[in-house]
Design a protein around this ligand. Sequence first.
Ligand code: BEZ
Ligand code: FE
Length: 287
Amino acid sequence: MREFDESSITDAVVARMAGSRDDRTRDISEALVRHLHAFVRDIRPTPAEWEAAIGFLTATGQKCDDKRQEFILLSDTLGVSTLVDAINNPVSGDVTETTVFGPFYVPPPEFGHGDDIGTAIEGLPMLVSGHVRKAGGAAAACAVVDVWHSDEAGFYDVQQMDKTGGLAGRGRFIADADGAFHFWTRRPAAYPIPTDGPVGDMLAAQGRHPWRPEHIHFKITARGCRPLVTHVFAQGDDYLDSDVVFGVKESLIRPYVAHSGGEAGGRTMTGPWVSLDHAFVLDDKQA
Ligand code: BEZ
Ligand code: FE
């Protein structure tokens, strides 16, 4: 058959892929074509609208470089990242819940317990402490804890290298024999995801704000455990119910506790500071 119409084109495309050498590739390709064609039948785009859609995807690709990943932002803001995360990391007992990775991770330099990873960024002093254990109960001794967060204006180091002069507000800690770690940094802030690209235009067109609630990212790995990628969000933040990337989970919201003066984390404090303490549980059953 050579000629196709609205009712025959979908099966024709699917049939063309029957010779795929890999079953998974064939299944994914067939589902893609069936869902994409159903979407087009549903919205019935005009040629101008379809051209605009292709222009949007083209602009999304053109906005990407080694520092900017507009397709991750698109996946995040359409809830796809959270859906993929939910499919791959279903809630399991008291294992710490996961959330989106985001586009701002880079492998961090290693620090010692009690070090300050925020010397090159602005903000209120913040003491972060945590314990890592396995779901089975044992401490995750020597767990590798990577952390990263924004400064008080909501910018990551990788967005402002000219200001920070290098990586800042991120570090790697090796948990001790009890699975414990602690470090000093500067309090981050709620921030808007970058809006100077097609995803920003999309959010505006959809009548959405671009904000994420205040959080600190953690990526924790330990031998025999499933890697954990998560955040700890600040209790009371205005954007917890409307995170633009749908990353918030109730179990990941913790108080960022305000203090003034006193002894903490090996320092004598004279002014205001905040602390965060959180216990992380790794999945050691399905590593
Ligand atoms: C982040 O938390 O770093 C982030 C996550 C998704 C999109 C943009 C930023
Ligand atoms: Fe973030």
